[in-house]
Write a protein that binds this ligand. Structure first.
Ligand code: SF4
Length: 495
């Protein structure tokens, strides 16, 4: 049998991107090659997201498009991994008949064996699912069941601890601090597909951070679905996220530390204080509000009101005023009236978000909302609200970005800009993604410079011309212009 050449396609959040890294590491350790070109692969893997119908549909449609190739190459193995795999389980066969391997997020460490089994026996798909959890959206108080995930978590920890630095950009690495979620927000499948909340021990997290920083990481992002609920209990003592951050920040040579995603309900004064007391912590808080209407928030089972959300942001900005706050919103949630939507717009105006992701509600099977609420906001109205909210987010973000013009900011350089030749004066960096193509200025081009992309401590995107070998470094730049999504700058020191 010829060796495995695997290609990985990833959908969804940072958790999925980290899962894809772990899959790649696990496959390489088993002797497989991970290839960039899907045409070269004999194993095609899809790390899926089932939080939004759109991401799920895209994965199914891309798999469906492989029908002709699968006929030509009967040995081709198609694997569906992650949240959608757990969500559909055995039923996947009818939705995606081409799939040979179905692997839940907690079972990714077993992937090489699953692929091997699928290559040996082509009769039926090989399915590896996480254990069903005790709690459900109708009985969210019956949390627990973490023990059932212990063996799979230990295997994942081992893969995560071994993986080489190769994160989202040079010098930047994601580190899982907790898995699963117990919140059961009415619209969300994550508690079903990723299981109960399990916090990794501080020692496991610290070991991983030290190893990654030792390999050259300067920026670490700690990941959890509701990361500020982190609580590791050992020897009768509990370490919370603030305690973990203090320990992680002691790692020599670690320059920047972030933690995402935060649940407003779990934001405490103790955690807010790390924005002031721990220099490595970036002034960036991703804390989804989802709606500005108390009625909608109650139906979403988010367990806070709009004014409580405002208070939590004020608490953080009270200790560090420059903290950039980013949010997520769902528009067209069942029962969302024009007044409810207006309350969301109000919240955006008041909170001055640096960025916000906006999604149109779609019912997800197995969630409280799908089973108990009528999806009663027409799609045309969802689209309209989506656009109105995006326009407002863009306007506010644009105003906030303009305040940076003329300032010198420190930038962590990610590498060449993925949309090279962004022009500072043509309204680029827009949410619609329309770009004006202009040449790199002659003076920069003749020095062999590229347009680079980096991030401020507050996670704002900055583009500027510079040498490619700055990737992974921190530099000071002078901001000369801005758009809602991007700051345009020059290197502060001549090179
Ligand atoms: S906090 Fe709510 S939205 Fe976030 S993962 Fe958990 S259930 Fe889903």
């Amino acid at each position: 049998m010829e060796p495995v050449r695997a290609h990985i396609t990833t959908y969804g959040c940072q958790m999925n991107r980290l899962d894809a890294e772990l899959v790649a590491e696990r496959l390489r350790a088993s002797g497989a090659r991970v290839v960039d070109d899907p045409a070269e692969a004999n194993v095609l893997l899809f790390v899926t997201c089932s939080v939004r119908a759109h991401a799920e549909d895209r994965a199914f449609s891309n798999i469906g498009a492989l029908k002709a190739r699968k006929r030509r190459e009967p040995g081709l193995v198609i694997g569906l991994l992650g949240c959608t795999a757990q969500q559909y389980g055995d039923r996947l066969r009818s939705r995606a008949p081409l799939v040979d391997v179905v692997c839940a997020p907690g079972r990714l460490a077993e992937l090489p064996q699953l692929i091997q089994a699928a290559r040996t026996n082509r009769a039926a798909p090989v399915v590896a699912l996480d254990p069903p959890r005790g709690a459900t959206h109708t009985q969210p108080d019956r949390v627990g069941g973490a023990e059932a995930f212990a063996a799979a978590d230990a295997a994942l920890d081992e893969v995560e601890t071994r993986r080489p630095l190769g994160g989202p950009s040079p010098g930047h690495a994601f580190v899982t601090v907790m898995r699963g979620c117990d919140n059961f927000c009415a619209y969300c499948v994550v508690p079903n597909v990723r299981g109960p909340e399990r916090s990794r021990t501080p020692s496991a997290v610290l070991e991983e951070v030290r190893r990654l920083v030792g390999q050259g990481a300067r920026q670490i992002t700690l990941l959890g679905q509701a990361v500020n609920k982190y609580a590791s209990r050992q020897d009768g003592r509990t370490c919370d996220l603030a305690g973990l951050i203090e320990k992680v920040a002691e790692t020599p040579n670690l320059a920047r530390l972030r933690f995402i995603t935060n649940h407003p309900r779990a934001m405490t004064e103790r955690l807010a204080a790390v924005f002031r007391n721990v220099p490595a912590v970036c002034p960036y808080l991703h804390m989804p509000a989802q709606s500005g209407s108390d009625a909608v928030l109650a139906r979403m089972k988010r367990a806070y009101t709009a004014s409580e959300y405002i208070d939590r942001v004020a608490m953080v900005r009270g200790v560090r005023p420059e903290v950039a706050v980013a949010s997520d919103f769902i528009v067209g949630f069942p029962g969302e009236t024009a007044e409810d939507f207006e309350a969301t717009l109000d919240l955006v105006r008041r909170m001055r978000f640096s960025h916000a992701f906006v999604f149109k509600y779609s019912p997800r099977p197995g969630t409280f909302a799908a089973e108990h609420y009528e999806d009663d906001v027409p799609m045309a109205e969802k689209r309209r609200r989506n656009q109105v909210l995006l326009d407002l987010v863009r306007k506010v973000a644009g105003q906030e970005n303009r305040r940076f013009i003329g300032r010198t900011v420190n930038v962590f350089v990610e590498g060449p800009s993925p949309h090279p030749n962004l022009h500072p004066e043509k309204g680029t960096g827009s949410f619609s993604g329309r770009m004006e193509k202009v040449p790199v200025p002659f003076s920069a081009a003749c020095r062999g410079w590229l347009q680079l992309r980096g991030r401020t401590p507050g996670n704002r995107i900055v583009v500027f011309d510079g040498p490619a070998d700055l990737a992974g470094a921190e530099v000071d730049v002078e901001v000369v212009d801005s758009s809602p999504l991007t700051l345009f700058a020059h290197l502060a020191q001549a090179m």
